[in-house]
Design a protein around this ligand. Structure first.
Ligand code: CP
Ligand code: NVA
Length: 312
């Protein structure tokens, strides 16, 4: 058996994505009735969870999820490890792979997690890179399914920084799920053309579609799901001091009013009220952001179970 990794959203095929989401729903229902009997990490086996960047949700949900699967979460801030002093990523992978059942890593450029996976013989999971945030998308899609009953055929609109990790993951994961993904972003912050092209290719197989516009009202017109994210991602602090270009994309009641009246609002969090989203929207009745944050736990548990089952 070869090792399965989850480095970007389309590392799961459309059918595999649904398998993971179905498992996430089952694990969530089990947990709600006090049953935690899916324990592939019993032993306990350790999962290394490494952070090169800050985190609340990812750290908490992987730590609790790994423990609930019977395992031991070994959470390491890279700054306190030799990785932070320049030890080669591949050497780190070789060491971790001998002792841990899986490696979860939040880092910078996507090439870094690809390097980790290239030298690891246990599953490697992307817990956010500059280019993608695929674990977040599993939780987002689980949340949308809970509230809308389906994914394929729904329209998902993302507003704000179209060139960041969340925008790219919405494109790939949404297309993988057969959704119609619309990105509303300023001209200077449009998605990476190569990722857009990949999303197009995926969508043509799943019956979904992708589109990009600079017009925020057009992006959300009649949509089923609206998502947004911070205008200044981790690592961009000090390089994006003027965020005025994003102001028209701020998710306020006037923009939400153009969506389908039953539309739900997503935000991966942390949120900056008064910037990318108004307090009235994120704290309002159409917001499902707390379900979304909780579902990180269930979706990532499902992902780990699924990857461990398929890796030799
Ligand atoms: N959404 C998300 O990944 O949150 P953290 O940065 O707190 O992990
Ligand atoms: N785009 C944001 C997501 C945070 C979860 C960032 O990279 O900082």
């Amino acid at each position: 058996m070869s090792t399965r990794h989850f480095l970007k959203d389309d590392d799961l095929s459309p059918d595999e994505l649904i398998e993971v989401l179905d498992l996430a729903d089952r694990l969530k229902a089990d947990r709600a009735r006090g049953v935690l009997d899916t324990r592939p990490l019993d032993g306990p086996k350790a999962v290394a969870v490494l952070f090169d960047k800050s985190s609340t949700r990812t750290r908490v949900s992987f730590s609790i999820g790994i423990a609930e699967l019977g395992g031991y979460p070994l959470v390491i801030d890279s700054g306190s490890s030799q990785l932070g002093r320049g030890e080669p990523i591949e050497d780190t992978a070789r060491v971790l792979t001998r002792q841990a059942a899986a490696i979860v890593w939040r880092t910078g450029d996507q090439s870094r997690i690809e390097a980790m996976a290239s030298a690891a013989t246990v599953p490697v999971v992307n817990a956010l890179t500059d280019q993608y945030h695929p674990c977040q998308l599993l939780a987002d899609l689980q949340t949308v399914r809970e509230h809308k009953g389906r994914l394929a055929g729904l329209t998902l609109s993302y507003l704000g920084d179209g060139a960041n990790n969340m925008a790219h993951s919405y494109l790939l994961a949404g297309a993988n799920a057969g959704m119609h993904v619309r990105i509303g972003a300023p001209q200077a912050f449009q998605p990476d053309p190569a990722i857009l092209e990949q999303a197009w290719a995926l969508a043509s197989d799943t019956g979904g579609s992708v589109s990009v516009t600079t017009d925020p009202a057009a992006a959300v017109d009649g949509t089923d799901v609206i998502a947004t994210d911070t205008w200044v991602s981790m690592g961009e602090e000090g390089t994006k001091d003027d965020v005025s270009v994003f102001a028209p994309y701020s998710l306020e009641d006037s923009l939400l009013g153009k969506a389908d009246p039953q539309a739900v609002v997503l935000h991966c969090l942390p949120a900056y009220r008064g910037k990318e989203i108004s307090a009235s929207v994120i704290d309002g009745p159409q917001s499902v952001v707390w379900d979304e944050a909780e579902n990180r736990l269930h979706a990532q548990k499902a992902l780990l179970v699924w990857l461990l089952e398929r890796s030799g």
